[in-house]
Design a protein around this ligand. Structure first.
Ligand code: SAM
Length: 294
C-alpha cells in the first residue's frame, strides 16, 4: 500500500482525490488503511461519524496543498509535525495521499496519550508507512527534530499555544492551526476587576459571551504573535466543516526575507496595544515575553 503510484504526480493525484466526491473517493485510495483506521467498516461502508471525520481531514489537506507543494519544492525531505495527533488520522491520510506517492518527506506525530501512540505506531508498521514517526510526550517535552510544517488540528485549549511555541522554536516554514476549545482567556477576562468597570466590559459580561469573545480574542492574539514573528498569516473559515463549531484555520507561512532577520511588521505594536486595551495576557504571550521574543 505504501509508496504506490509514483508515476503520477502526487500533487495531481492528491488534487484529483480530494476533489472527488467522498463516495467515489475511498475505493481509489486505500480502503485497507481506512478499514484499519476504523473509518470504513469491514464491508467497506462509511458511517456518519467516519464520513464527517474523513470530510474534515480531506478538507484540511485540500487547504494545505499549496503549502505542501511549496515546502516539498524547497526541501528534499521535509518533516511535517502533527501536534496533538490523537489517532493520527491526519498523518495517515496525508501519508496515503501525499508522502507515500511522493516517496519522500516524514510525518512526526506528537501525542501525550500512550495508548493512542501505541496503536498508531503499530498501524504504521502494519501498512508500511515507514516515514511516519511517533513521539509519545506532552508537546512541551517533545522534540520532533527539524520541523518544516507544523499542524495542530483541534489541539485543546493552550495545547494550540504549546504547538505555536514549538513551531517558533523550530523556526517552522509554515504553521497550520485549527484551534479547539479555548478557556484560558475567558478565565483571564473574568479576572479583570469589576470596579471601576472596564470600558468594554459588556463584551464579556455573560459567561457565554466571555467564552466566545475569549476564543475570538485568543485567535486574534495568536495571529498577531505569528505575524510579529515574521509569518504571513491568513485566517479563514473552514467551510465544509458543517458539523463542527471549531471552524477557524490560522495559516502562517514564514516570509522568506525574514528568516533569521528581525521582523518589520507592525504586529508587535498592535499586539502590545491590544493587550494594553484588554489586559488579558495569555500564556503564549507571557511565555514569549519571558523568552525575550516579544
Ligand atoms: C481533540 S483531539 C484531536 C486529535 C486529532 N488532531 C484529530 O483531529 O483527530 C486532541 C488531542 O490532543 C492531545 N493533546 C492535548 N494536549 C496535549 C499536549 N499538551 N501534548 C500532547 N498531546 C496533547 C489529546 O490527547 C488528544 O488526543
Amino acid at each position: 500500500m505504501a509508496d504506490a503510484g509514483k508515476s503520477v504526480s502526487p500533487s495531481e493525484r492528491a488534487k484529483h482525490l480530494l476533489h472527488a466526491e467522498l463516495e467515489t473517493l475511498w475505493p481509489t485510495q486505500s480502503p485497507e488503511l481506512l478499514k484499519a483506521l476504523h473509518l470504513l467498516t469491514r464491508e467497506g461502508h462509511l458511517n456518519q461519524d467516519a464520513r464527517r471525520k474523513l470530510k474534515q481531514v480531506y478538507h484540511f489537506v485540500r487547504l494545505l496543498l499549496p503549502v505542501l507543494e511549496k515546502i516539498h519544492a524547497e526541501v528534499e525531505s521535509p518533516t511535517i509535525v502533527d501536534v496533538g495527533s490523537g489517532k493520527s488520522y491526519l498523518g495517515f491520510l496525508l501519508y496515503d495521499l501525499w508522502n507515500g506517492p511522493l516517496g519522500r518527506g516524514e510525518i512526526a506525530n506528537i501525542e501525550s496519550r500512550p495508548e493512542l501512540v501505541a496503536n498508531a505506531r503499530a498501524l504504521a508498521e502494519k501498512v508500511g508507512f515507514d516515514r511516519m514517526r511517533f513521539v509519545d510526550r506532552p508537546i512541551r517535552e517533545a522534540d520532533p527534530g527539524p520541523t518544516d510544517l507544523l499542524v495542530a488540528l483541534h489541539a485543546c485549549d493552550t495545547a494550540t499555544d504549546d504547538a505555536i511555541l514549538l513551531a517558533l522554536e523550530k523556526d517552522a516554514r509554515a504553521i497550520a492551526l485549527v484551534p479547539c476549545c479555548q478557556a484560558e482567556v475567558s478565565r483571564l477576562l473574568s479576572g479583570i476587576p469589576k470596579e471601576p468597570k472596564h470600558p468594554l466590559w459588556r463584551l464579556w459580561r455573560y459567561p457565554l459571551h466571555s467564552r466566545e469573545f475569549g476564543s475570538h480574542f485568543t485567535n486574534a492574539l495568536r495571529a498577531l504573535v505569528l505575524e510579529a514573528m515574521g509569518y504571513k498569516v491568513t485566517v479563514t473559515e473552514l467551510s465544509g466543516w458543517e458539523h463542527s463549531l471549531k471552524n477557524e484555520l490560522i495559516l502562517a507561512v514564514k516570509k522568506p526575507e525574514e528568516k533569521g532577520a528581525p521582523t518589520t511588521s507592525p504586529a508587535r505594536e498592535w499586539l502590545a496595544d491590544l493587550l494594553r486595551t484588554i489586559p488579558a495576557e495569555p500564556m503564549l504571550v507571557r511565555e514569549l515575553r519571558a523568552r525575550g521574543k516579544l
